[in-house]
Design a protein around this ligand. Structure first.
Ligand code: PLP
Length: 482
């Protein structure tokens, strides 16, 4: 992707690839979308993909592969031991990060399981810029506790701060002093901080965090799942990185950390994961666990074909044209939405565009799930599937009390290299229409509420018959258009 200037002086995102394999999409009429949403219990996770036009639920495992990745998959070597496929992936990972050892795992959370089992003891803390759902679960399962010490700007919905994923280094130093080396299992930095809107950390911040960790002898672990977006922003927003190549930035980051792990469902445009390090002791301890939980050291639960694709995908991660589509599309979307005064998280991050549902639907109380209502209304209005990231994604405590989320967000993910600019424009247009008609949108209530992970399986109903009013208004405004 590139931002090119057009003859009229404006600049537009321009795709730097052509499409050679296509998947047909369906845009079903709004009445059918309303029915599909009702059948899914107003939960976008429960929609059937055949009823969805643009799937903006997630960026996990749905990124488009390149011709070179598909070609490499044909070379996969299925031998259990001594596999050439493993050698190629091992080389790609260690070249990318400048590390000595690579250990495969079937996906990102599998790495988190192994690292938590090795390092986390009951009562220890894991300071981090911000948690990811699976990370927190594994650390807690092993008796540890997370401490989120993201900078204050990180949780501001609108901001101009370029590195909202930064860690507060003073708070880190205080935590280290309070708990000591024995009380801190490891420190975790997450690239492209997922749950606060795909926001990056600066290389300078990582340098400071690393200095504190080394000063106290505590390992620094990098979650590099969303590294490609973070790198793009380092180059664009950090003066010290402007003259560095993406590879130089990556190598410098890796030097500052002791262990790196990643989900290859995001990094490397494939499906898998792994860990790397240059430390003999860490390598030895992790290596003992991989065959127990993942598979032999030459595949770690991954298919060899995916491993070949990841090896090429990691090389492509260092090509700005190959990794910039997500951030450029997101920036474009955010600008278009701001021009229409639609509340979104700023500055634009990676991963997706995050609409502030609390401001969008400020007439809906939080216990009627404004972000869930927005996800439902937006699917009905457009056929676009987003993901609720708000109170619905929390869970009740033991007393049945329902905590309210810090932010109520509708996440519209931009899977890498998948959509075209006209599709992005369509999503913006329908969201603008919905914003004009936001007073028609009402809240939701649970009809089936699972005790754990209720956002995956729960079903809800509209509190009034607002969805009929929304469909009627659509027909008035758009006639018989889809
Ligand atoms: C997706 C993700 C994970 C988990 O990876 P899976 O491959 O889905 O298990 C971990 N950390 C971050 C930042 C992620 O985005």
């Amino acid at each position: 992707m590139a931002n090119v200037k057009f003859f009229n002086g404006q600049s537009f995102p321009l795709e730097m690839h052509k499409v050679r394999i296509i998947q047909k999409l369906n845009l079903i009429p709004i009445e059918a979308r309303q029915e599909a949403m009702a059948a899914a219990g107003n939960n976008t996770f429960l929609l059937k993909n055949r009823d969805v036009f643009m799937d903006m639920l997630t960026d996990s495992g749905v990124n488009a592969m390149s011709d070179r990745q598909l070609a490499a998959m044909m070379l996969a070597d299925d031998s259990y031991a001594g596999s050439e496929t493993f050698e190629r992936l091992d080389k790609a990972v260690n070249t990318l990060f400048g590390t000595r050892y690579f250990l495969p795992a079937h996906q990102g959370r599998a790495c988190e399981n192994l690292l938590s089992q090795i390092f986390v003891r009951p009562g220890t803390v894991v300071p981090m810029n911000y948690h990811f759902t699976t990370t927190k679960a594994h650390i807690t399962l092993n008796g540890g506790r997370i401490e989120e010490i993201i900078v204050d700007e990180g949780l501001a919905v609108t901001s101009t701060f370029p590195f909202k994923g930064n860690m507060d280094v003073d708070k880190l130093e205080q935590l280290m002093q309070r708990h000591g080396r024995e009380g801190v299992a490891f420190v975790r930095m997450e690239a492209g901080t997922n749950l606060v809107g795909g926001q990056p950390f600066s290389l300078e911040n990582l340098e400071q965090v690393s200095a504190v960790c080394r000063g106290h002898g505590v390992p620094l672990v990098l979650d590099a799942s969303l590294l490609s977006d973070n790198l793009y922003f380092n180059k664009l927003r950090e003066p010290a990185c402007a003259g560095m190549s993406l590879h130089q930035i990556t190598l410098r980051m890796a030097e500052l950390c002791d262990i790196i792990y990643f989900s290859a469902r995001k990094l490397g445009f494939g499906r898998g994961g792994g860990m790397c390090t240059s430390n003999d002791e860490h390598f030895r301890r992790i290596r003992e666990m991989v065959p127990l939980y993942e598979g032999f050291l030459t595949y770690g639960g991954m298919s060899v074909r995916e491993m070949e694709a990841i090896a090429i995908g990691l090389e492509e991660t260092l090509d700005p044209d190959m990794i910039s589509q997500g951030p450029i599309f997101i920036e474009y979307m955010v600008e278009q939405l701001l021009q229409r005064r639609i509340p979104v998280i700023t500055p634009p991050g990676g991963l997706g565009c995050h609409v502030d549902a609390r401001a969008f639907l400020d007439h809906i109380p939080q216990n009627q799930y404004p972000a869930g209502a927005l996800a439902s209304a937006f699917f009905i209005a457009s056929g676009v599937r987003g993901m609720e990231r708000g109170t619905l994604s929390e869970q009740r405590d033991e007393n049945g009390h329902e905590p309210m989320a810090d932010m109520e967000l509708l996440r519209l993910a931009l899977p890498r290299r998948v959509f075209t600019l006209s599709q992005v424009n369509y999503a913006v247009d329908r969201l603008a229409w919905l914003y004009d008609n936001r007073r028609l949108v009402g809240g939701l209530r649970f009809t089936e509420e699972p005790r754990v992970l209720r956002f995956f399986f729960g079903k809800l109903a509209p509190v009034t018959d607002w969805q009929n009013d929304l469909v009627a208004r659509f027909r008035t405004d758009f006639g018989d258009s889809l």
